[in-house]
Design a protein around this ligand. Structure first.
Ligand code: AHR
Length: 335
């Protein structure tokens, strides 16, 4: 009897063991589903773009062409909004306009700075707000970490090119006057520097005064020069930092009885007015400064909006124009 009980116990244990062996194994723990990568943000297009352009003023034909380039390009590309303002050549107005754009939360600020210094505070505000800034046309002295890029002309090279023209025209030396652009502006500082870099030692700059890049302000400056120095005797040439001031200077020279060709005059910009002054025999050379920067700036702004890499400095490829081709090229000039 005892043996039968033991056998029954053994059988039960064996059956339970077999049943346990046949039971389906517990499902292994499933590994956590891999996190789905976030869907890539759709690339931004021009239709998404709000670009701020606090233009520095309307002082010259160059500036008018620059403004037109931005407005026309904005329309052609169909951007959402171009926030445009005119600072009337006052830095405080430009700073206020930049602050208003930061407040509005624009995508990109393109800043053509009237002068080089004094931008650190507002550029830092833009950076803190996450709004990239492209410096356009003239340069700033602020640290490069405060802005994304600079697109514009090499103003030092322009001044050097002007000096090389005088070196060719006055091989035996002489004296020249300088009618300079806005004091403290990247354009005036760069051109003055380049001019001095390359001017032959036997050519002296006997005086330099600003005409603030305008026709109206150049007239009295030239009149004052003519009172102080005898044209052709005390000086043989004038380096003029832009065509508008050149046209103002011509007005004063004509009134004083100076004739085209009596003096060597080199100007900067290559506007229609400058070409006309070459056709009329007043300018012996016009160093190009191209204002049509809109397309490049909008293209870079879109790259910035999409987090793409951009060049930190984009200098415009420019040339020097001469009277021999001026009449032929004048009708084709866009500004
Ligand atoms: O900064 C560019 C200069 O500014 C141009 O030479 C001049 O015409 C303009 O006013």
């Amino acid at each position: 009897m005892k043996t039968a009980k033991v056998s029954l116990f053994v059988v039960i244990v064996m059956v339970l063991g077999m049943l346990a062996a046949c039971a389906p194994a517990a499902a292994p723990a499933q590994p956590a589903a891999p996190a789905q990568p976030a869907a890539p943000a759709a690339a931004k297009t021009y239709k998404d773009m709000t670009l701020c352009y606090p233009q520095l003023g309307a002082e010259s034909d160059w500036r008018t062409a620059n403004t037109a380039s931005f407005k026309e390009t904005a329309t052609q590309l169909g951007i959402k909004q171009l926030v445009f303002s005119d600072a009337q050549q006052k830095q405080e107005n430009q700073i206020s306009a930049v602050r208003a754009c930061i407040q509005q939360g624009v995508d990109v600020i393109a800043l053509p700075p009237v002068v080089e210094d004094g931008w650190e505070a507002v550029l830092t505000e833009a950076k803190n707000a996450g709004i990239p800034v492209i410096i356009v046309d003239r340069s700033v002295s602020a640290d490069k970490s405060l802005y994304a890029s600079h697109i514009g002309s090499d103003m030092v090279l322009e001044g050097e090119r002007a000096a090389e023209e005088f070196n060719k025209m006055l091989p035996n030396g002489g004296a020249v006057l300088e009618l300079s652009g806005t004091t403290g502006s990247g354009a005036a500082v760069g051109r003055a520097k380049g001019f001095r870099n390359k001017l032959n030692a036997n050519i002296k700059i006997i005086d330099s005064q600003t005409g603030n890049f305008t026709r109206a302000e150049a007239v009295p400056v030239m009149q004052a020069f003519l009172k102080k120095y005898k044209s052709g005797t005390d000086f043989q040439g004038i380096f003029i930092h832009n065509d508008d001031m050149g046209i103002g200077a011509i007005e004063a020279l004509k009134a004083a009885g100076v004739k085209p060709g009596d003096l060597k005059i080199v100007s900067v910009d290559g506007t229609r007015g400058g070409f006309q002054a070459m056709v009329d025999g007043w300018f012996q050379a016009d160093v190009e400064c191209n204002p049509l920067l809109g397309p490049q700036v909008f293209e870079m702004a879109l790259k910035l909006m999409n987090g793409q890499t951009i060049d930190r400095e984009v200098l415009t490829n420019e040339t020097v124009y001469y009277p021999d081709k001026a009449a032929e090229l004048l009708p084709t000039r866009k500004y």
